[in-house]
Ligand binder design. Structure first.
Ligand code: NFS
Ligand code: SF4
Length: 644
């Protein structure tokens, strides 16, 4: 076992070696134990939807018992992945919407509206008249409209119609994939993929498109917008990253999972005098909250809370021996944490009725007792501090970065303090100092060297003057590699991007949040289109998307809503569709004619970045902005706008 073959992150390598030395297993060991992985599953041609099966498609048996072909089976499996991913994001959005409603309805709630300006903006988007109304009334109306989006029985999703560019909506309408309601699209996938319903692979993909759009422009967008209103819109903030942010002298609490509802309150009360005093009585220097996975992103975006690591570091964090408590909510939490925390003093606390784990203690989170429950969890961590039993092994690896970029604030930075608009960004792209932009997002996957795909791809893109927007575990990988430091521009970027970053003081990789905040990338693209000069639709823009280490169903939904929004999207591990050449060809080629975006599979991050760069240049060519003479058409005002 060579730790360098498992992770490119020095801190992770150190702990992986330690685990090997002590005979404690992790995800990489379990991957080895699973090898060889099932070829039918990988190809997407195994079906166990009914009890005549399971069926698996081979040369010898090209049809399932019901007569389903490889095309049908692979397409059904794929859209069921989208249903899973869209459900996870959207249910997160629903929970935030319920918390929002509670905050609006009750005066004694532990939550309140922190960003009134965003409330007004979002309400206007949802068609609510705001003039002359009190904030409370606007919020009450907004919460009703938003909750209505989940179970809407007629019409189409309000947010998709108000946030997406008109040309994009036209494409959706023509193809018949305009999302109607969030829950409905997910339910319809489950219906259509039941034995004996939809067997036409293109028709199945169509429903997949509709469901993922209700995620990206619906459920995820709701999660982002309401979280900003409720917990405050992020502003640029400094933060530390990697396992070195854990502190041997302090009580360490890791908040892990996805929803900010509990973790935001834990962060808010963690420095209360009484709790700090209690920690000191137990011999600790203080209370240190650190994040893991997308909860980390929510907390660092809004509060600068340090991030201990991304998906593949959750087990490694426990291994340091200093995690006194890990509080988890939902999604991307490895069940392995249950038995692993049992080998240490670490208390693993599950908090959501939707997520219990064998070996964890369950303290159910109730939004109307948020502060009380958060304080209780912190007290538990403090009581646990003196019980540390193993040697303490914290890798001395940390990195600094800046996060907190949003659709609203980011391009105000690009415009400088006095010019809040997307004009400077569009102009920088038009004049070619910036070639375009890329969204690099998504998970870790032990099949790829941890963080290597993210970091290598991002470096390749910024070297070629492509601004990178990042979320999720990818953003954490970039931060740990120093790519979110402002001085990363001079070190890694091409001349054009470096100049822009240095003038404005931003890093070349902009952290725009958690995985539901991929909706920020959609709304950024919509703003770029609206600003003008780069075509009418997202599919005209010189942009590309990637998830170089994806593994979750959520990532499939995200990738698909980028494709459905007109973005060329490259992933490393292929979608499990290769057993159906027809479906593969459709997703990676023909679908572009229908929807404007398409998928590509490439496991080498350098090659993948090249494919993205080529795509960006081809879009620039199509826009005519790569031709010198085009620029002569600009008038003086345009010319002046070209300089920052
Ligand atoms: Ni998103 Fe992947 Fe999970 Fe966040 Fe990380 S693994 S799809 S990045 S934590 S959701
Ligand atoms: Fe087999 Fe058809 Fe049943 Fe799937 S739905 S398990 S292909 S018989």
């Amino acid at each position: 076992m060579d730790p360098k073959e498992r992770s490119s992150d020095k801190a992770a390598q150190e702990v992986i070696q330690l685990m090997a030395d002590e005979g404690i297993e992790n995800a990489w060991d379990r991957l080895d134990a699973q090898k060889p992985q099932c070829g039918f599953g990988k190809q997407g041609v195994c079906c166990r939807i009914c009890a005549m099966g399971p069926c698996r498609i081979s040369k010898k048996a090209p049809l399932g018992i019901c007569g389903a072909t490889a095309d049908t089976i692979a397409a059904r499996n794929l859209v069921r992945m989208i249903a899973g991913g869209a459900a996870a994001h959207s249910d997160h959005g629903r929970d935030i919407a319920h918390t929002f409603k509670m905050a609006v309805d009750s005066d004694s709630s532990d939550y309140m509206i922190k960003d009134e300006r965003k409330l007004s903006e979002v309400a206007a988007k949802y068609g609510i008249e705001t003039k002359g109304k009190q904030m409370k009334q606007i919020a009450a109306e907004l919460s009703d409209v938003v909750l209505g989006e989940f179970g809407r029985q007629s019409g189409t999703l309000v947010s998709a119609a108000s946030y997406a560019p008109p040309a994009r909506q036209k494409v959706w309408k023509q193809l018949g994939v305009t999302p109607r309601s969030i829950d409905r699209e997910i339910v319809e996938i489950m219906h259509r993929t039941h034995i004996g319903v939809d067997s036409d692979y293109k028709n199945l993909v169509k429903q997949g498109l509709r469901a993922c759009l209700s995620d990206g422009w619906g459920g995820s967008l709701i999660a982002t917008e309401l979280s900003d209103i409720l917990f405050g819109s992020p502003q640029p903030v400094r933060f530390g990253s990697n396992l070195g942010v854990l502190d041997a002298e302090q009580v360490n609490i890791i908040v892990h999972g996805h929803e900010p509802t509990l973790s935001d309150v834990i962060v808010a009360v963690s420095q209360e005098d009484e709790l700090v005093k209690l920690a000191k009585e137990k011999g600790a220097a203080g209370i240190n909250i650190a994040g893991m996975c997308c909860t980390a992103n929510e907390m660092l975006m809004r509060h600068g809370i340090p991030v201990a690591g991304n998906f593949l570091q959750q087990e490694l964090a426990v291994m340091t021996g200093v995690v006194d408590l890990m509080a988890v909510d939902v999604q991307c939490i490895m069940p392995a944490l249950g038995s692993l925390s049992g080998c240490f003093h670490t208390k693993l606390i599950t908090t959501s009725p939707k997520c219990k784990i064998a070996g964890a203690e369950h303290i159910e989170f109730e939004e109307d007792r948020a502060v009380e429950i958060a304080r209780g969890i912190i007290r538990l961590a403090i009581e646990n501090f003196p019980k540390r039993k193993s040697k303490i092994k914290i890798p001395k690896v940390t990195e600094e970065g800046i996060a907190g970029f949003t659709t609203e604030n980011t391009f105000y930075h690009l415009g400088g303090r006095f010019r809040g608009s997307y004009r400077p960004l569009n102009d920088a792209i038009i004049c070619g100092r910036l070639r375009g932009a890329a969204g690099v997002v998504g998970c870790n996957n032990p099949k790829q060297v941890h963080d290597y795909g993210h970091v290598t791809m991002i470096k390749e893109l910024i070297k070629n003057d492509v601004l990178v927007l990042s979320t999720g575990c990818s953003a954490i990988a970039a931060a740990k590699a120093g790519l979110m430091r402002p001085d990363a521009a001079a070190k890694y970027c091409g001349k054009g991007l470096a100049e822009i970053c240095e003038t404005i003081g931003i890093p070349p990789v902009l952290h725009v949040g958690s995985c539901v905040d991929n909706s920020r990338i959609l709304t950024i693209l919509a703003n770029v289109v609206a600003e003008g000069g780069l075509g009418d639709d997202i599919s005209d823009l010189p942009v590309a998307g990637a998830a170089p280490e994806w593994m979750s169903e959520k990532a499939v939904s995200i990738g698909m809503y980028f494709v459905a929004s007109g973005v060329y999207t490259v992933i490393a591990e292929p979608l499990p569709v290769l057993g159906s050449p027809n479906l593969t060809r459709y997703l990676t080629d023909e679908i572009e004619k229908d929807i404007g975006g398409k998928w590509a599979f490439e496991s080498d991050p350098v090659k993948a970045a090249k494919m993205m760069l080529e795509h960006i240049e081809s879009k620039r060519d199509a826009l005519g902005i790569n031709e010198e003479k085009e620029r002569k058409l600009y008038d003086m005002e345009d010319r002046r706008a070209l300089t920052f």
